[in-house]
Design a protein. Structure first.
Length: 200
């Protein structure tokens, strides 16, 4: 393979992944309870997929600068259940679920839970900051305008973030335990978090 073709292939792959993210953005369909063919996870009729303890994958690097300009590395949150929510200020379903996320984050304050947003496709950081202010979001969001963390932060075949909004919950060992590919209310969000808080 020539050196001139390698960068072109890389750019093509990135383009395909970006297009896939764009096409799935703000999707809201629920799953029918099928398993992820050849994977170790099952999707319920409510659209939440889970992986059993002992068969959970570790995410890739999920680190960067927050909307407020501070450094954040999700790996540093090991020992807590971590809720990762992909969102954009331009996304209607994200606006619908934001009050529920803020409520649950406030309800669980002081427990072994951390919330981290993954803000994507907001080229203007101020719009994202205004969103957080309007919905009184009490937790930080990594600023990921190109969607690189969402696209490359999860190994292939795992419960990964796909589309906007989507949510992944990591167990206390930092492994991917649950995922939802839709906007969530507080009840569905708690159904992803509470079992992991009870795990020993």
């Amino acid at each position: 393979m020539s050196l001139s073709r390698a960068p072109r292939r890389t750019l093509f792959a990135v383009g395909v992944l970006t297009a896939a993210l764009a096409l799935s953005a703000c999707g809201g369909g629920e799953s029918d309870g099928t398993s992820g063919g050849g994977t170790n996870f099952v999707t319920t009729k409510g659209g939440i997929s889970t992986a059993p303890k002992g068969k959970r994958a570790t995410p890739g690097e999920l680190a960067g600068e927050t909307l407020e300009g501070e450094r954040l590395d999700v790996a540093d949150l090991k020992g807590k259940v971590v809720v990762l929510n992909a969102w954009g200020s331009w996304c209607g379903p994200c606006r619908a679920e934001a009050p529920h996320f803020a409520k649950v984050a406030n309800d669980l304050e002081g427990q072994d839970v951390a919330f981290v947003g993954l803000n994507t496709r907001d080229s203007n950081k101020q719009q994202a900051l205004t969103f957080e202010e309007d919905y009184e979001v009490p937790y930080p969001s990594l600023y990921d305008p190109a969607g690189k963390l969402i696209l490359f932060g999860f190994p292939k075949g795992t419960l990964s973030l796909q589309g906007i909004p989507s949510t992944v919950v990591l167990d206390k060992e930092g492994k991917i335990a649950a995922r939802a590919l839709m906007a969530l209310d507080d009840k569905k969000l708690r159904s992803m978090i509470d079992p992991l808080l009870r795990e020993k």
